[in-house]
Each structure stands twice: as structure tokens, then as C-alpha cells.
Ligand binder design. Sequence first.
Ligand SMILES: Cc1ncc(COP(=O)(O)O)c(C=O)c1O
Length: 503
Amino acid sequence: MAQWTSAVGAAQLARLLTSQQERPAGPGTRRPPAYRALADGIRLLVLEGRVPVAARLPAERELALSLSVSRTTVAAAYEALRTEGFLESRRGAGSWTAVPAGNPLPARGLEPLPPEALGSVIDLGCAALPAPEPWLTRAVQGALEELPPYAHTHGDYPAGLPALRAMLAERYTARGIPTMPEQIMVTTGAMGAIDAICHLFAGRGERIAVESPSYANILQLMREAGARLVPVAMAEGLDGWDLDRWRQVLRDAAPRLAYVVADFHNPTGALAGEDQRRRLVDAARAAGTVLVVDETMSELHLDPDLDGGAAMPRPVCGFDPAGSTVITVGSASKAFWAGMRIGWVRAAPDVVRSLVAARAYADLGTPVLEQLAVNWLMSTGGWEDALDIRRDQARENRDALVAAVRRELPGWEFEVPRGGLTLWVRTGGLSGSRLAEAGERVGVRVPSGPRFGVDGAFEGYVRLPFTVGGAVADEAAVRLAAAARLVETGVGGGAEAPRTFVA
Ligand SMILES: Cc1ncc(COP(=O)(O)O)c(C=O)c1O
């Protein structure tokens, strides 16, 4: 069996390498030999996740032609990559990308610390904001008033409270996606939804295509379910989804599921356009892949050009009128408060019935009081008022964090997303894993890039969430700069891991 799960063509690899060379070289940089420059370029593409791990590389002759270099140069570059652990080859099967055994592999998602454990540490570990009061208190009071009729029942609603299912269906219908209550299942957060979906569709060993990078905890959930993750590299900047690449990976790997965050992707903040959405659905349909679309961030549009949400692209499920390809996941965690633990699924009625059966052995159902609270918010207009508070908070935090990082760490690069809760930051060649370790010593918690990758990619990144603003954002950036100095001078973090990820 082949060792690779996707392939990168010669023309595509040449394009990626060229875009890399357009980046300015540092002052006094000496030109390395051609084979070394090529090997370094490919290695960087792998470490940045722009060429996935386990992607088959073109044959030497084809790449030499595309790059207008000699075949000997490509052969020497491939040999160097093999020696360094970035390439594996087998006669007859070709060569595919890898990461060396010593590279930190993501075996964990993100671990939120209980707030009491943080002390004076600034926590940039979680992309979640405090509750938008007074709406949490009001919603719980409203829920208490509506509780008595439910208190006389056994309280188990594996598909969710009928009132909330109807409310969520109505909200999709109002967005132009006609939906019946039978198409909705209420879950324990978006995590509960994806857990049930993996349980139903992706047994052990099954392939799931994921964006690379993607949300760390969902990747970990899928790994623990025994799935084989097939990474599809996100395009650089906020362009996000390269549909030629998606079509190719879905066709070649034929995964059972594909998981995407099309609205303010976590961690890059990218927002898929309508054409990307249409083509993604078409590619999934053609490959027989179920497309799981996580809308957890979709209501967090922060910029005026999105016109208060009116100018948001149509939901991905709007491109699947037959409902045979897309399963949508939503959540109250980012729009309202993660402590509610309320999420949901929108799918075809038969899929919802199977999901309800699949979740029964996990958690039986979602707490009634919290469902009533979300239903109260949505039926009174409190949801929209709370969202206004939430968006103002996220926007202010984003702008403060962007200004502080630009001031304290001018060499770090990022795009400013139009929504969501995260900045995806390239750390000027410093190891994100070492930065995370050094951050612990100077009082700032920050997750390193590889947590958001599949196979040790993204060592040169960290994710910064919009959870702090004002003076705390300033202080967070000052501490990150202190962590960067520790890494640069070699006194931060473990002794073995390299300080920079580009040797
Ligand atoms: C894209 C995405 N999906 C799911 C989740 C988890 O959602 P929940 O708290 O509803 O389980 C998060 C949280 O950060 C997220 O960013």
C-alpha cells in the first residue's frame, strides 16, 4: 500500500517554491548551493503545513523541468531531505514528505486551565470570552421560569428540547436555508456534535480530510477516535481554501468525512467566499465525502464591510439543497458563552436520527436548564443584544492585540481577520514550541503552532486569541517579546529542541 495520502504536482510545487522566494531575504544572506536552497524550500513548506506531511512529491525529472534546474539538483535536494528525515521513498511508490522523529508531534489538543489556577499568568490558551452579562443572568432566570413543566418529566431529550430544536430550525430558515425541527439535534457543545458525527461516520482507520492548520481539539478528538487525518494545506494569508487542492485530495484519498471551518477559520481567521463554498460542496459530493461544516465562529463578524452580517456569504449547506453532502455544526460557545456547553447539528432527518442513536451512549442528552436558557435568549432577542456586546469586546481586543504585537514584535507576521477570535502568527523563524515553554516562565500561556497541525507542521507559528484587550493586551505582548528573547538567547525552554525551526 502507498505511504502517501495526497500528492503535490510539479507545477504546484514550483509555484509554492516561487512564492516563498519572493519573501525578502535577511541582510547579508549568502546564497546557498541550488540543491540546498531547494531542499530548504521544500522543508519550510512542510514545516509551515503548505505541503502536507505524507504528500507524494513529483518525480525528480518532472520537478527539474518545472523549475528549469538540472535533475542532479533535484536528486541532491531529495537526498538531503531524506537524510534530514523530511522525505521517505520506496522504489515503485515514489517519495513522500515526512517530519523527523525528533520534531514535536501534536499528541494533545488545548488544555484550558481553571481560572483559579492562573494567578498572574495571562492566558492566551483558549479562544473564549467571558459571558456577556447581564444576558447570562437574565437567560438563566428566564430558563428557571420555564423549567416547571419539564421538572415533571424524566428530563432525557437525546435529540434536544423540542422548543430549542424548533427555534434553531427557524433561525436556519430565516437565513434562507429551509429547515425542519427533525433536522436539528442539540448537543453538548460543538465538540459533542463532532464526537457523535465521528462515531457514526468515521470508524477506526477511516480517513478524515482536515484543513491544515485546523482547530486543535477537534483534531485531537479525531485522532483519539482512531481516524487517519488527511491534511489539506490552507493557502497563505486569508485566502484559505485552494479548491484545486481540495478536489485533488478528496479524489485521491476518498475520505469518509471532511471537516472545515468556513466562517472565520480557527486558527487563521479566513472566511470562505461563495465560490469556494460551492466548489467545496461539489468536490465533496463528487468524492462521496460527507462535508462537516463547523459554524462555531460564524456570528463573530467584526468588520463593517460585512455589514452587520448581511454581507456574510451564504452558509455552506445552502449549496447542498438535497442535504445529502453537508452536515452543519453550530455552537453557543463563541457567540454567547462556552460555559453553556450548548451546540447543535443540522443534517437530513435520517442522519439526525442516526446521530441521536450514536450519542446516546456518550452523554444521553444535553442539560435541560441550559437548553432553556439558549431558547430564552433566542426567543426574546437577548441573543442579538448579547452578540453585540460580544462583537464589540472581540473587536476591541483584536485591535489592541494587533497594535501591541506589532509594536513589541515587529518581525512577527500575521493577517488581521475580519472576524472570529484568533490571530495566526508567524514568529519570525522562532520555534513556537520553545516560545510556548518560555512563555510559561514569563507569565503568558500561548499554544504553539504544531497543536493546530497534523504531523508536526507549523513549528514557526503561535495562535493568539482575542481574549485580552487594553493594558492586558499590551502586557501580553511585552511578555511574548520577553519569551522570544529567552528563546533567541537559548535560555528558554528545553535543551534539545532547536531554537529556530529553520536551521
Ligand atoms: C472551530 C471550533 N469548533 C469547535 C469549538 C468547540 O466548541 P464547543 O465549546 O461548542 O464545544 C471551538 C472552540 O474554540 C472552535 O473554535
